[in-house]
Design a binder for this molecule. Structure first.
Ligand code: OXD
Ligand code: MN
Length: 586
């Protein structure tokens, strides 16, 4: 008798017609064999063996360089169940349309069976997925990003409890590219892309879109959040999870080298992109990082912005779409130092400065999490870590202050539901446009966001000590266009303020949007910032917020009656507070 996995593999092979089926065990030997094959067929380009051991450069097809949100669908019988922020197709229609693209798609190629665990091997919160793919690059990437191979097969046994994900490169034509999710069947189909979140199905497709749907049914949370531990001078570590949209600094925050290290504050990394959070029997919110690696944006990463990751990238790393130096080392804009001569750009052409950036703005590194020296001793604790603060944030040149604290859980959910950010290169489309991105889940929520808000609202009261909820904005600019806040390692000062608030210290001023620090409540030793800049960073301009509140109203209207009444109440309360405040200012 075949197991459910064997039957699905067999059935898929009949459709995709690969020349061979390879069951991946995740071993070192298998990884080396795949690397040799990829070096031979040009999928991999070898890097300087002395300085970048067992590390490779991959160049994706130039039309396939970022997640394609417009080609990503949630397929449920009812359109209303995916809501106004997702693309929808009915499951039968989607399968009918996309199945032909899988027909014989793997002819002449291997079909790799990639079993993987999302989450620590022995955690009760972890889940199993299996990806069938015809891309060896995807296999090697999944080996870094998850617990892949034998370990997953052993945990699965003959059970049917796994999330099947079928992936084929297809012909890489964007007109025949689809990323489909069938949450009611726990099924993923992806065709026509070999890039990142489109192709590494454990990440966005499973750990966020499918998992968010599961989490709602099962009473837990799957969030687009980093997880960090802030150690204080006594050695006590407080854990925080933060949701920022793609390419807004989650990795840098999670791996920060603290500017307050001498004062005894240090940051430990648990995860940089996804948090699965459960209500534990002691009433705490416990988070695990379902991933095992970091798939980070390379441009802008350097010894100052993220020294920990820079130290981690010299072995076992796959670089995608970065530039290559004459000494065969990876290079990207913002890596530090002058642009070297003899650079080859991400397309494989000599870089002459006239053809745009040498590295693609969404070029990436894929590196095992355990290689970062900031990795927490508890990063793979099967029980997860207790979360004391949840942080929302966006990239806003104006309006949002450096940090504010919500009044309570319900207000915090409103703050998360209404957050907005300027778009980045992580997804295709215009960059720098302000869009509302609730909880940084706009591209990743596997069901109607109004129901997702209701799920969030329901979680708080079930927690004995609900985490405090904050909002941050590292990206506020002065009138001359310059950033007001230095960011990176200095962000620890904001984390410390949050810690003080959690512990009952640190002053704040009540404002219409929430509690904003008094300038004196920040530990500013060693930081060169003018009082005027600090005032501007913490300023809440009621008139500008009135406009924001109107935009929030328009956003909420999209959800009609499905929007939880509590959020309308919070919105009304904000509008009233703003009105009073504008009158007072006048
Ligand atoms: C990512 C993203 O790759 O959010 O993490 O786009
Ligand atoms: Mn992400």
């Amino acid at each position: 008798m075949s197991t459910p996995l064997e039957s699905w593999v067999e059935e898929t092979a009949k459709l995709t017609k690969p020349s061979k089926i390879v069951w991946c065990d995740g071993s070192e030997a298998e990884n080396e064999r795949l690397a040799e094959e990829m070096l031979r067929d040009g999928t991999y380009i070898e890097l300087n063996r002395r300085t970048y051991q067992s590390s490779y450069l991959h160049r994706s097809n130039p039309n396939d360089v970022a997640r394609t949100e417009n080609l990503t669908f949630i397929c449920t019988p009812e359109k209303a169940d995916v809501g106004p922020t997702n693309n929808w197709m009915a499951p039968d229609e989607a399968k009918e349309k996309v199945r032909p693209l899988f027909d014989a798609a793997m002819k002449g190629r291997m079909m790799y069976v990639v079993p993987y665990i999302m989450g620590p091997e022995k955690s009760p919160y972890s889940k199993i997925g299996v990806e069938l793919t015809d891309s060896a690059y995807v296999v090697a990437s999944m080996r870094i990003m998850s617990r892949m191979g034998k370990v997953a097969l052993e945990r699965l046994g003959s059970s049917s409890q796994f999330v099947p994900g079928l992936h084929s490169l297809g012909d890489l034509d964007p007109d025949r590219r689809f990323i489909l999710h069938f949450p009611e069947e726990n099924l993923i189909w992806s065709v026509g892309s070999g890039y990142g979140g489109n192709a590494l199905l454990g990440k966005k497709c499973f750990a966020l879109r499918i998992a968010s749907f599961m989490a709602r049914k099962q009473g837990w949370m799957a969030e687009h959040m980093l997880i960090l531990g802030l150690e204080d001078p006594s050695g006590k570590v407080t854990y925080m999870a933060a949701a920022f949209p793609s390419a807004c600094g989650k990795t840098n925050l999670a791996m920060m080298v603290s500017a307050l290290e001498e004062q005894g504050y240090r940051v430990w990394t648990i995860g940089d992109d996804i948090a699965w959070m459960h209500i534990a029997s002691d009433g705490t919110l416990r988070a695990i990082n379902p991933e095992a690696g970091f798939f980070g944006v390379a441009p802008g990463t350097n010894e100052k912005t993220n020294p920990n990751i820079m130290g981690a990238l010299h072995r076992n790393t796959i670089f995608t779409n970065v530039a290559l130096t004459a000494s065969r080392e990876p290079w990207w804009e913002g890596i530090g130092g002058p642009t070297p001569s003899g650079l080859v750009n991400w397309r494989g052409e000599i870089h002459n400065g006239n053809s745009g950036a040498a590295a693609h703005p969404n070029s990436r590194y894929t590196v095992p999490a355990s290689q970062s020296s900031s990795i927490s001793p508890r990063w793979d604790d099967p029980e997860g870590v207790p979360i004391s603060a949840l942080i929302f944030g966006g990239r806003r040149a104006h309006l949002a202050p450096l940090v504010f604290e919500s009044r309570d859980w319900q207000h915090g959910v409103f703050v998360g539901a209404t957050m907005a950010s300027e778009t980045t290169a992580a997804a295709t489309g215009a960059v720098g446009v302000t869009r509302r991105d609730p909880m940084a889940m706009l591209p990743f929520c596997g069901y109607n966001m109004a129901d997702y808000f209701a799920h969030w609202l329901a979680i708080g009261p079930k927690l004995k000590h609900p985490p405090k909820i904050f909002h941050v904005n590292w990206f506020r600019r002065a009138a001359d266009g310059k950033f007001l806040w230095p960011g990176y390692g200095e962000n620890v000062r904001v984390l410390k303020w949050m810690l003080d608030r959690i512990e009952g210290g640190a002053d704040a001023n009540e404002t219409p949007i929430g509690n904003v620090p008094t300038p004196g409540s920040f530990l500013l030793d060693g930081l060169n910032i003018s009082p005027a800049a600090l005032d501007e960073l913490l300023r809440v301009d009621p008139t500008a917020w009135v406009e924001e509140s109107k935009a929030i109203g328009r956003f909420f209207d999209k959800f009609g009656d499905r929007l939880p009444a509590e959020l309308r109440t919070e919105h009304k309360a904000l509008a009233d507070r703003l009105e009073r405040s504008v009158v007072t200012v006048k």
